[in-house]
Design a protein around this ligand. Structure first.
Ligand SMILES: Cc1cc2nc3c(=O)[nH]c(=O)nc-3n(C[C@H](O)[C@H](O)[C@H](O)COP(=O)(O)OP(=O)(O)OC[C@H]3O[C@@H](n4cnc5c(N)ncnc54)[C@H](O)[C@@H]3O)c2cc1C
Length: 438
């Protein structure tokens, strides 16, 4: 079993502390924490710096909880632009667009539209599938360290339901079932009866369903609890330290190379730096002259208690056309949805929550106690193509692990492993084309 290097020390193996490289990771979300773990495993000393007074207060807090390694489906796809136009006139639309006089928004939208083709979607899907497979293996090892039951981990598989037969047919045609071999793992294409047989809680919604795609092996867990448990595990290592309430404002450079970060009046030195600050990575990168194509895609979640009389789905369910996912996490039903392009406002908009509740009540009315649902909004740090940006920033000493969009929990462990391999001077465990800053 892989453990941080400190355990080697505990086992009596010689470690030359003076020669250990110190890496400073910026950001205590799921990406920064998994990066810290993999760096420790690779033999680095790690300092994690987080602006808030706890980890997992950003997008990693109350996300959908799906570990969707095999149904990765990037948002940018053929026909999405037309759908977005139609959604502008729908009352309970899954997406809202508020155009702003902002170069950042417009240049992101232009690049997003350029990725809305079948071929671009397929290319990104294959990249995400490779990273997803690596993440699945890496998460499996890591979950044992944090005790699966302590993060409400289950592996019920994922059922994507389609309301229109033509959308199902399109999705089936687009499935990369042949390459890379077995990338989709176990999957089945189901009619409405088959969907209900797979997930009996859908029987009241059968008339809404044209069919579905079930992928086995997909998991669900509480991302925030995962982050908290991981921090506990990390904190047991002598080579790990965390600084909370410490906002990095910029970098100190010596002859071009980063040598420290600035935080308040302090300068914190390290040998290498990893930017894993979610949405805020863009402003940090701008400080060093690097433009990251990351824009906030705002989403919402509801966490509703499941009582004895409720019929909550066991399988994790995604309602494709409404873009709503349902995942049972412990005694609660987590519902995550909406992809609003409305800038970086983190506040919960009660109108969007009401809209989501209408959709959910009309789809699975008996699944949970929606009257007691807790609402939350988060900003997905999204790239225009839907794949993260991993590796060198172009500035010596500064590395990137950013832009995980709608799949950050899923892809965190694989992305962290890629970063750790690169910092250790090893070959990355997956091909990196399309996953780096070009
Ligand atoms: C509604 C919703 C549902 C989702 N559902 C899923 C899902 O089911 N499955 C899935 O895989 N993904 C899902 N996601 C996506 C996933 O949550 C994100 O991709 C992921 O959390 C991003 O993690 P992160 O660590 O990059 O960012 P964050 O979690 O936002 O963490 C970044 C951290 O950096 C800190 N920080 C920022 N600036 C600085 C600074 N200057 N100095 C120090 N610290 C700083 C912040 O305080 C924050 O803690 C969902 C997202 C949303 C919004």
């Amino acid at each position: 079993m892989r453990q941080p290097a400190t355990d080697d020390r505990a086992a009596g193996l010689p470690v030359d502390r003076d020669r250990m490289k110190r890496v400073l990771v910026i950001g205590g979300g799921v990406i920064g924490l998994t990066t810290a773990w993999e760096l420790l495993v690779a033999g680095f000393e790690v300092l994690l710096v987080e602006a808030a007074d706890s980890v997992a207060t950003g997008a990693s807090q109350a996300n959908g909880g799906q570990l969707s390694y095999r149904y990765v489906s990037p948002i940018a796809d053929a026909g999405v632009a037309l759908k977005a136009l139609r959604w502008m006139f729908e009352r309970d639309s899954p997406q809202q667009l508020r155009l702003e006089p902002s170069i950042r928004q417009w240049s992101w939208l232009v690049r997003f539209l350029a990725n809305c083709s079948r071929s671009a979607n397929r290319r990104t899907t294959l990249r995400l599938l490779r990273l997803g497979e690596l993440s699945r293996a890496a998460f499996g090892q890591l979950a044992k360290q944090v005790r699966p039951e302590s993060i409400a981990l289950r592996t019920p598989g994922k059922l994507v339901i389609f309301r229109q037969a033509r959308e199902l047919a399109r999705a089936v045609r687009a499935m990369p079932t042949n390459e890379p071999p077995n990338a989709m793992g176990e999957f089945s294409i189901l009619d409405a009866d088959g969907c209900v047989a797979r997930e009996p809680a859908l029987d009241g919604a059968q008339c809404l369903i044209a069919g579905g795609i079930f992928t086995g092996g997909e998991a669900v867990a509480d991302c925030r609890l995962f982050c908290l448990r991981l921090l506990e595990q990390l904190s047991q290592s002598r080579d790990f330290r965390v600084l909370l309430r410490t906002r990095v404002a910029g970098f100190v450079r010596d002859q071009g190379r980063a040598v420290a970060v600035r935080a308040g009046d302090d300068e914190i030195p390290a040998d290498e730096f990893v930017v894993a600050a979610g949405l805020h990575s863009s402003s940090l990168a701008r400080n060093i002259g690097v433009r990251l194509p990351i824009y906030p895609v705002k989403g919402y979640s509801l966490t509703a208690p499941i009582g004895r009389a409720h019929r909550a789905p066991e399988v994790s369910v995604t309602d494709f056309e409404r873009k709503v996912l349902y995942a049972r996490i412990g005694e609660d039903l987590r519902i995550a949805a909406l992809a609003d392009l409305v800038g970086a406002d983190p506040r919960v908009d009660p109108r969007r929550v009401a809209s989501l509740l209408r959709v959910v009540r009309a789809t699975l009315p008996e699944a949970a106690d929606y009257g007691r649902a807790v609402s939350w909004a988060g900003l997905r740090p999204a790239t225009p193509h839907g794949a993260p940006i991993l590796g060198p920033s172009g500035v010596p000493g500064i590395w990137l692990n950013v832009g995980h969009g709608a799949l950050g929990f899923t892809l965190a462990t694989g992305s962290a492993r890629v970063l750790a391999a690169m910092l250790a001077g090893r070959e990355a465990p997956v091909p990196l084309d399309g996953l780096t800053l070009v």
